[in-house]
Each structure stands twice: as structure tokens, then as C-alpha cells.
Design a protein around this ligand. Structure first.
Ligand SMILES: Nc1ncnc2c1ncn2[C@@H]1O[C@H](COP(=O)(O)OP(=O)(O)O)[C@@H](O)[C@H]1O
Ligand SMILES: Nc1ccn([C@@H]2O[C@H](COP(=O)(O)OP(=O)(O)O)[C@@H](O)[C@H]2O)c(=O)n1
Ligand SMILES: [Mg+2]
Length: 244
């Protein structure tokens, strides 16, 4: 029988990443000593190192839709940067108006703000597998994430979809979003090409990018996505050190 004894602000990042322990959260679990005698070796099950996937693609390329399927099949926690920003607007926070105006213009919200929202979600999660959807949307987003978290993603999905298909999907999305109109979509597509594609190329050069053809049915597209995750043995992704 296991019980959670600590949830402190450290997440240990992937084995191949620089570790900034102050940025994150880990959970440790300890056996009830009354019920299970302590063994010589260790009685601790250490936290699993976070597994981070960035999910990139233009507006309407299907990021959110495919993330839902990855969640169902692989138990990831889905963090959509856009959803977190919209939640911030809805909560009437001090930054709400600025975020709303930025989204209406199809521009990028200051990186520190978006990262703070992502970080908060990760710290309060019991999970260690995260899909970070719609982030990083610029080189500034990417560099700020690396600086603040001291870590890089384990892998990056990129949904490659022609503009006319993306426009069609966004205009039919019907979620009442302030940016799902033709004027804002045109601006978002320009921002995507100018600011997000350099991030895609950065991860391509690093060998971390999985380019997915974003045209086809949801299931056809997911058939390309599934093998990206089925090759990982998540169960063995433990911390390399004893943390508590
Ligand atoms: N393969 C697909 N074919 C047709 N429509 C799709 C497909 N994938 C997603 N959609 C629809 O397109 C819209 C945009 O998808 P979404 O997942 O929200 O994209 P993104 O998060 O990249 O903006 C949604 O209404 C969604 O239901
Ligand atoms: N990293 C991010 C992600 C989104 N955003 C803003 O939020 C908007 C909507 O993002 P989203 O990811 O929900 O959009 P979709 O690609 O899902 O259509 C973007 O157009 C940006 O204005 C941002 O500023 N920075
Ligand atoms: Mg989305």
C-alpha cells in the first residue's frame, strides 16, 4: 500500500535535459512502514521524469483534436496554451484584457505569461506526461521555456496542413472564439509562417520533430500519430536519483 507523502515544487526533467529543479514539481511515494517493512535497498518509489511533447501546427491544423486521442490512448495531460489564455480572460485576471486584445489580433501573448500558466498546471498535476499544445509559437516562446524550465521537450509533433484546409476548419469550428473569423485567421496564418515555422525548423534540425500529414480523416491522421508514442516505454521513465 502506498501513500503520497510529498508534493513539492520540483519536477525532474527528462534524462537528456538540463535540470532546473526549482522550476518544477515532483511527487514522491512512501510505503507505510507499519504495513510494509523497510527493505535495505530502498522503500521509495521515486517520481517519474516528466515526458513533454510540444504540439505544433497552424490554426485549425487539428492539434487539439489529435491531442484528445493521445490523451485517451496514452494517458497524457493535455495543456492547450490557447485554452489556458482563454481561461485567464474568462477569470477577469489583471492580464485578461491584454490577452484578449492580443488574441483578437492573432498576435503572441508575452512568453513569460503563457509559461507561468503552463507551469502552474504542470505543478498541480499528478501526471508526468504532458502534451503542450500550441506552444512554443515563436522562438521567443521556445527560448523562454528553455530558460525557465531548464529543459527541452522529449519530442515535437507538427501537423502539416494546407492553408485553405485550415481556414475551412477554423471557420466551421463553432466554438464562439473571438479569433475564428476570416480577418483574424489571415493574421494568424501570417504569424504562424513568420514566427512558428522557425520553431518547427529548429526541432527538425534537432531531430525531435515528427511531421504529420494533417490532411485526411481524424482517424487517418491519428494512425500517423500513434506510433510516435507507442515506441516509448513510459513505465520505465523513473528519476535517476532518490528524491525523498
Ligand atoms: N482531420 C480533420 N478533418 C476535418 N476536420 C477536422 C479534422 N481535425 C479536426 N477537425 C476540425 O477542425 C477544427 C479545428 O480543429 P482543432 O483540433 O481545434 O485544431 P487546432 O487546435 O490545430 O486549431 C475543429 O472544428 C475540428 O473538429
Ligand atoms: N503560445 C501561445 C499560444 C496561443 N496564443 C494565443 O492564443 C491564440 C489561440 O491559440 P490556440 O492554440 O488556441 O489556437 P489554435 O491553433 O488551436 O486555433 C493564438 O492565436 C495566440 O493569439 C499565444 O499568444 N501564445
Ligand atoms: Mg487548438
Amino acid at each position: 500500500m502506498w501513500r503520497r507523502v510529498a508534493s513539492v515544487s520540483h519536477l525532474t526533467f527528462a534524462h537528456n535535459s538540463t535540470v532546473n529543479k526549482n522550476a518544477c514539481t515532483f511527487k514522491c511515494w512512501e510505503a507505510f512502514t507499519t504495513e510494509i517493512p523497510r527493505k535495505e535497498k530502498t522503500t521509495y518509489q521515486t517520481a517519474k521524469t516528466p515526458f513533454i511533447t510540444f504540439v505544433l501546427g497552424g490554426p485549425g491544423s487539428g492539434k487539439g483534436t489529435q491531442c484528445m486521442k493521445i490523451v485517451e490512448n496514452f494517458g497524457f495531460t493535455h495543456l492547450s496554451a490557447g485554452d489556458l489564455l482563454r481561461r485567464e480572460i474568462a477569470s477577469n485576471s489583471a492580464d485578461g484584457i491584454m490577452i484578449l486584445n492580443t488574441i483578437k489580433e492573432g498576435k503572441i501573448v508575452p512568453s513569460e505569461l503563457t509559461i507561468k500558466l503552463i507551469q502552474k498546471e504542470m505543478e498541480s498535476s499528478d501526471n508526468y506526461k504532458f502534451l503542450i499544445d500550441g506552444f512554443p509559437r515563436s522562438e521567443d516562446n521556445r527560448k523562454a521555456f528553455e530558460q525557465i524550465f531548464g529543459a527541452e521537450p522529449d519530442n515535437v509533433l507538427f501537423f502539416d496542413c494546407p492553408e485553405d484546409e485550415m481556414v475551412k476548419r477554423v471557420l466551421n469550428r463553432n466554438q464562439g472564439r473571438v479569433d475564428d473569423n476570416i480577418d483574424t485567421i489571415k493574421k494568424r496564418l501570417k504569424v504562424f509562417t513568420a514566427l512558428n515555422l522557425p520553431v518547427v525548423n529548429y526541432y527538425l534540425e534537432k531531430g525531435k520533430l515528427y511531421k504529420i500529414n494533417g490532411v485526411g480523416t481524424v482517424d487517418e491522421i491519428y494512425k500517423q500519430v500513434h506510433p510516435v508514442f507507442s515506441t516509448f516505454n513510459f513505465e520505465n521513465q523513473f528519476c535517476s536519483e532518490v528524491l525523498c
